[in-house]
Design a binder for this molecule. Structure first.
Ligand SMILES: *Cc1c(COP(=O)(O)O)cnc(C)c1O
Length: 373
């Protein structure tokens, strides 16, 4: 019997910048008393993020969900939007908050991303947009989605909440589609405590997004639409600026933990890890494994409980599927026979702990517990 961990190990633990560096910036805020509304740190942070990510236009938000909701508003999306059931529930909620009917299509068996062929089959005259998710930061089939969007005249909005810093052949994954949305929630690779952003590709769209996140104000007396209040404040922007200095280090640490998990679990019968993709710079936001009960001997849920008994708290991302929640399960596209691959993956997946502070020794111990029968 392997010893259990003395203190709990959760699936993630946020990385924070050095406190001394942050208090220096807080002093500046206390001096100027500029707390929010596109202040100096906000402007600096947008500029620094654009440079780091290799993108042209970014608008900061108070969280990723409001950024998703606003992205749909910015493009005036209505009717039906085709999306994935295999995501965090906010992806579909953003449609609901816009009075849009979600249409679920199945995922691909290798990446667990929305399958473009299934999307094409789900298009109706009411379809106005596609909302795929780069699940675990693994890029979607970008070419095929663009082809569908062009062919059928649809907008393409990526939920890129897991894809901070992800690149394909040196190009940011955020540069594809009409808009991409990031989340900077505490649990993500890059956090501003809470936070999010929309990435767009022209100045006019950026202005519209910036107005919409500030009640619709274009200037003191012009309100262009019923906007929301979703601005990021100066304390978070200053914190985010510091995080940017350390994020490469965070990603490097995640990369080495991910490589160790791969090495230790590679030969374990009934456990499947996701492989890295060719030409992709990953951010290692999650470490999912699939448990095949017949080959591994115990089910995903049994493994989940066993890890818990050893003080290790994996998460079943994503289970249940969004399509199984009461708000959505009545939709025709939510039927289980429409989503066989998503259903199967949701029943087998568990995300193991991965965060910069986790040690190689921790990963060794976690894998010993998984393999000990
Ligand atoms: C975290 C997350 C969101 C929501 O972001 P918040 O900043 O927490 O509102 C949306 N979509 C996905 C896929 C996420 O993982």
């Amino acid at each position: 019997m392997i010893k259990k961990f003395d203190s709990p190990i959760f699936v993630t633990k946020p990385a924070l910048p050095p406190l001394e560096e942050y208090t220096e910036l807080l002093k500046q805020i206390w001096d100027t008393k500029v707390l929010t509304n596109n202040g100096p740190f906000h402007q600096q942070f947008e500029k620094a993020l654009s440079e780091y990510l290799g993108i042209r236009y970014i608008s900061l938000f108070s969280n990723g969900t409001l950024a998703l909701i606003t992205a749909l508003q910015a493009l005036r999306i209505t009717g039906e939007v085709i999306t994935t059931p295999f995501s965090f529930v906010a992806t579909t909620h953003s449609l609901w908050w816009n009075n849009i009917k979600p249409v679920f299509a199945d995922i691909e068996p290798v990446t667990f991303n929305l399958d473009p062929e299934k999307v094409e089959a789900a298009i109706t005259p009411q379809t106005t947009a596609i909302m795929p998710v780069h699940v675990y930061g693994n890029p979607c089939n970008i070419e095929q989605f663009q082809h569908l969007a062009d062919t059928y005249g649809l907008k393409l909005i990526y939920d890129a909440a897991h894809a901070f810093g992800v690149k394909i052949n040196d190009e940011s994954v955020l540069n594809f589609g009409d808009l991409s949305v990031l989340s900077f929630h505490a649990t993500k690779v890059f956090n501003t405590i809470e936070g999010g952003a929309i990435i767009c590709h022209d100045e006019k769209t950026k202005h519209r997004i910036d107005y919409l996140k500030n009640f619709g104000f274009a200037d003191e007396t012009t309100v262009i639409a019923p906007g929301i209040n979703a601005k990021m404040n100066e304390l978070q922007c200053a914190y985010g600026l510091l995080q940017l200095k350390y994020v490469d280090d965070y990603i490097e640490k995640r990369k080495s933990l991910s490589a160790l998990y791969q090495k230790l679990l590679k030969e374990t019968e009934g456990i499947r890890c996701l492989s890295e993709m060719n030409g992709v710079r990953h951010a290692y936001s999650y470490f999912p494994i699939l448990v095949d009960k017949d080959k591994f001997g115990i089910s995903r849920d049994d493994l989940y409980e066993k890890l818990k008994a050893h003080n290790i708290y994996g998460r079943r991302y994503f289970y249940p599927l969004i399509s199984q929640f009461p708000s959505y399960r009545g939709l025709p596209s939510a039927r289980k026979d429409n989503l066989p691959i998503a259903e199967k993956v949701a029943d087998q997946v568990i995300c193991l702990p991965i965060f910069p502070e986790l040690t190689h020794e921790n990963v060794n111990d976690i894998c010993d517990i998984i393999k000990d029968k």
